[in-house]
Design a protein around this ligand. Structure first.
Ligand SMILES: C[S@@+](CC[C@H](N)C(=O)[O-])C[C@H]1O[C@@H](n2cnc3c(N)ncnc32)[C@H](O)[C@@H]1O
Length: 471
């Protein structure tokens, strides 16, 4: 069967909906019940589970579920001590109608479930349990969810992904697989927001915002002492690029309250406060790193500073007229949680202004392009998030009003692309030196950079700006 994208819908289901769907699914098609640990739980009677289903022409054709286990469950008792148990998620009840086998639709569901559960719920460990007759499926699960730890038990096989590195690796595999599948086979399929589903189903307590309050990928990955002078220089250069864009924002009020989120040492926000459009605004900044927050406070005392997380700001709801985020989103693992928090802070019709680079727009020599892509696959933040942000914002009540793109690069004799800002090769390529700091791709990066320095090809990347309005 050839899958027509217009007939395919992916949906989250709660207990009642899933139970109803799965019963008619069982009646009509032979169900290969993969990954079910008989005797441990009764999956269909678990009212807390989350179910992700693919419907073709209105009929359920594939699904996968996530079950929340606590330390009282048989697995909890067998595995690990109660104190270190944490939030555990078991993936299971993977089902696929014979008519869609071989189309990787179930793979799409697995990858999306693994990615979104990590981003929105951030479990402490995940499990797959295989009854003895399904042991051959271990390979399938490892392909989608990582080569994690395998434990053979009398009841079957247990694949465990325990916190930290293992879970992060599982997340990165899911994200990479999802991007591959959505770029090729399933480019037109809309993936439903788990966050929206949890909100609408009164399950928002599962959301990881509080747990993520201490997470800051940016400061974890840089040496601030050497990074700060570069960041200040970059802030000044970026401000001159963005300045005309602020003049073109249509719905900007003349005055009000503006909050910048992820302000770093405050250099950019201080420049922004001098822009004509913002002169009558009361200006505040929020920064996650205490070190940077203290520095910003010391350098720019006229601005009101907060030390807090983009995921949980503890600031007043429905309070700000404008939110501004410069180069923050690429450093977030859970951008949708930040978007939800921003929608809470904004007044009705308030504006969210986001500017970020998008690595998916890089054009240039193949070797350099490949190593930038390899880095994207390794980095916990999403350096291509600008591609997804408009849809994510829409699902959280923010409407895209305007978008701008500035193409920065090196023009060569080939005259292939029009640039908005031409840089010399050295400056342009130094923008990517962070890639060389990742051990896994370091060698390839420095070689690719050397080749790019000698190349006569044009190279460029887009810095994108979105202006959203709160509905
Ligand atoms: C690349 S810097 C950008 C600084 C500034 N906006 C600019 O354009 O010059 C990203 C900033 O976001 C902050 N940040 C990263 N994750 C954060 C989070 N979850 N909550 C608050 N701030 C965060 C980092 O500490 C860092 O200062």
């Amino acid at each position: 069967m050839k899958i027509e994208p217009s007939k395919l819908t992916i949906k989250w289901m709660n207990y009642h909906e899933y139970k109803e769907q799965i019963q008619s699914f069982r009646q009509s098609i032979y169900v290969e019940e993969q990954g079910v640990a008989e005797g441990f739980v009764n999956p269909e009677e678990d009212s807390e589970a989350l179910h992700l289903g693919a419907f073709y022409d209105g009929e359920l054709v594939s699904s996968i579920s996530a079950f929340f286990l606590d330390k009282k469950s048989p697995i909890g008792q067998q595995y690990g001590s109660a104190s270190e148990w944490g939030r555990a998620v078991r993936y299971g009840m993977r089902m696929e109608a014979p008519s869609i086998r071989g189309k990787n639709l179930n793979g799409l569901l697995c990858a999306y479930l693994g990615k979104t559960i990590y981003e929105i719920i951030r479990p402490d460990r995940t499990f797959v349990l295989l009854i003895p007759q399904h042991q051959h499926l271990a390979k399938f699960y490892m392909n989608y969810w990582g080569k994690q730890f395998y434990k053979s038990m009398s009841e079957g096989d247990l694949l465990v992904c325990d916190g930290g590195e293992a879970l992060l690796n599982q997340y990165l595999i899911c994200r990479r697989t999802l991007y591959t599948l959505t770029r090729r086979t399933y480019s037109d399929v809309e993936l439903p927001s788990l966050l929206t589903f949890l909100r609408e189903n009164h399950r928002h307590d599962l959301v990881a915002a509080k747990k993520l309050a201490e997470e800051n990928l940016y400061v974890a990955g840089v040496d601030l002492e050497s990074e700060l002078p570069r960041l200040s220089q970059q802030a000044a250069a970026l401000f001159s690029l963005q300045s005309p864009i602020y003049d073109s924002v249509q719905k900007l009020p003349n005055s009000g309250r503006l909050l910048d989120i992820g302000s770093g040492a405050g250099v950019y926000l201080n420049l922004l406060s001098t822009h004509d459009k913002f002169k009558s605004f009361s200006i505040e900044g929020l920064e996650g790193s205490t070190e940077l927050y203290l520095q910003a406070q010391k350098s720019f005392p006229a601005i009101g500073w907060h030390n807090g997380s983009a995921y949980q700001t503890h600031l007043e709801s429905n309070y700000y007229d404008v939110l501004h985020c410069g180069f923050l989103f690429i450093h977030l693992t859970s951008p949708e949680l930040a978007i939800e928090e921003m929608a809470r802070l904004l007044k009705k019709q308030g504006l969210l202004y986001v500017v970020d680079v998008n690595d998916a727009t890089f054009k240039g020599p193949k070797a350099l392009s490949n190593v930038i892509k390899a880095h994207c696959d390794l980095y916990q933040g999403d350096r291509q998030i600008m591609t997804l942000l408009p849809e994510m914002a829409r699902q959280n009540g923010l409407k895209l009003e305007q978008d701008f793109s500035v193409r920065v690069g090196v023009q060569s004799g080939d005259g292939v692309r029009e640039l908005d800002v031409a840089l010399n090769k050295e400056s342009f390529l130094s923008m990517f030196d962070f890639v060389g700091q990742r051990e896994e791709v370091s060698k390839d990066y420095w070689l690719a950079k050397q080749d790019a320095m000698a190349s006569s090809l044009s190279m460029s990347i887009n810095i994108q700006t979105f202006v959203f309005a709160n509905r």
